[in-house]
Design a protein around this ligand. Structure first.
Ligand code: ZN
Length: 294
């Protein structure tokens, strides 16, 4: 694990802040950004400053209990949320919380984020859970991410916004862009007709591709092929439940195949196989572009 260079991290936080503000992901002084500099040192944004106008010297450094150890401005009031992620996942370098409008719309109506629709979402995000509502700024609020933090890299907070994390702050930012773009497309698609879901086989292929990229997904380890019908998070993680009012989930077909994902019986090449190849090429280009950004 490579910790962030402090000067580079300060510049990256300011850059991510500008992008958040320009995209309307963080109105006024909303949102907060943090980067781990050392196991117990977190560089974070100050409270009460617009993310669109951050300067490197505005940032604060806190320990893992949220105690400020450097910086003249006061640390963000949402530091406990970030620390929940950093404490649970010692390898995580960047955490980003904001209010991207399209994703937050889903969080406002507690609508389950559909799976098995877009390849990029399957590969880069996987299932995106929604955590229960609690009053922002409290430890109880920060704890709402804990049931999901090990099996997700991006999630929504009911009636509030999003939080994403990754091995760099740019990755957390890209995850946020992907979930908001996806939710925007879902809202557009809803005007046209019902969603057409990818098949279990198509999603199994995406998960195998994801595995080769070294991105983990709990579904890679699932023993049955019901990748799209079941939610990893709706049962057994927390007592908060989301709804599927706007987007009916695909019909569950747990007996359609056996074995691990991607080990379903092969079928002759079809046009859908060809389109999967094109999509995988697109994803590869995105990965290379993302790596080039670092
Ligand atoms: Zn917020």
């Amino acid at each position: 694990m490579a910790f962030a260079n402090e000067w580079q991290a300060r510049k990256d936080i300011c850059e991510v802040g500008r992008r958040l503000y320009d995209r309307g992901f963080a109105a006024a002084n909303d949102g907060n950004i943090s980067v781990r500099l050392a196991p117990e040192r977190i560089l974070c944004t100050p409270t009460g400053v617009s993310k669109g106008f951050l300067k490197p010297d505005d940032l604060c450094i806190v320990d893992l209990e949220g105690k400020q150890v450097a910086g003249t401005k006061k640390r963000t009031s949402e530091i406990l949320l970030h620390l929940s992620v950093f404490k649970a996942r010692p390898e995580i370098i960047g955490v980003l919380h904001c209010h991207p409008p399209h994703a937050t719309a889903f969080a406002m109506v507690h609508e389950t984020i559909p799976k098995c629709v877009l390849p990029e979402v399957e590969v880069f995000l996987g299932e995106v859970p929604i955590a229960r509502y609690e009053t922002p700024g409290t430890q109880t609020f920060a704890d709402t991410v804990l049931p999901y933090v090990h099996n997700a890299n991006t999630m929504l907070l009911a009636n509030h916004g999003s939080v994403a994390w990754g091995n760099s702050i740019m990755q957390a930012y890209f995850n946020t862009e992907i979930i908001d773009a996806y939710c925007r497309m879902l809202i557009l698609a809803k005007q046209l007709g019902p969603l057409k879901y990818l098949s279990e086989k198509q999603v199994g292929e995406l998960l195998q591709f994801k595995k080769r990229l070294g991105i983990d997904d709990p579904r890679i380890h699932m023993e049955d092929c019901d990748l799209c019908g079941n939610s990893l998070f709706r049962e057994g993680y927390d007592d908060f439940k989301t709804d599927s009012n706007a987007f009916a989930p695909p019909a569950s077909s747990p007996n359609s195949c056996s074995g691990k994902p991607g080990q379903a019986k092969s079928s002759p090449a079809t046009s859908s196989d060809a389109s999967t190849e094109v999509l995988i090429k697109t994803i590869t280009e995105q990965v290379l572009a993302a790596l080039g950004q670092k």
